[in-house]
Each structure stands twice: as C-alpha cells, then as structure tokens.
Design a protein around this ligand. Structure first.
Ligand SMILES: [Zn+2]
Length: 92
C-alpha cells in the first residue's frame, strides 16, 4: 500500500477545487431531487447501505476518489439521487 503523506500538494488542492465545483452542482441537483422525493436528508435514504463508504479525512478522500476514478465511476443512487455509488468501469 502506498505511503500517503499527511500534507496536500498544490496539485491536490487544484484538483480538489475542481471536484468541489462539480460537487456543488451535483449537490444542487441532488437537493432538488430529494425535495421532489420528500427525502429531507441523506441519512433517510432507504438505499443507504448501497452507498459507497468513503475514507475519512479531506485529503485521504480526495486521493481515494482520484485513484478510484481510473477503475470506477460514480453513479446516482436510484433512491436519493446522490452520486453516492461507485461501480467498476466496464470494457476499459
Ligand atoms: Zn441513496
């Protein structure tokens, strides 16, 4: 397993900022969908046990997401509309 330093590089922050911009758009979509479905918060998702569990920690989560992106893609949870489920990419 790769030894992950505790500090973040400028590259980490740049990539993280890009991800956060996307995340804000995705969150707005998910909020809208939850409003339509009458789900007040994520913890009420009936499908929550299918959500992918993310590592704790800001930098750790970002690094995890970046390495996951090469083998997995995010999909929307059909119940709550959050992009909370990672599935393996096929045919790549
Ligand atoms: Zn869900």
């Amino acid at each position: 397993m790769e030894d992950i330093p505790e500090y973040a590089t400028q590259e980490d922050f740049d990539a993280l900022n890009a991800i956060l911009e996307d995340a804000n758009k995705i969150k707005a979509e998910a909020d809208e969908r939850r409003r339509r479905l009458n789900i007040d918060d994520e913890s009420q998702c009936p499908n929550e046990d299918k959500h992918t569990v993310l590592p704790k920690g800001y930098v750790q989560r970002h690094r995890w997401a970046r390495s996951m992106q090469s083998t997995h893609k995010q999909t929307k949870c059909p119940a709550c509309g959050l992009w909370a489920i990672w599935v393996p990419k096929k045919g790549e």
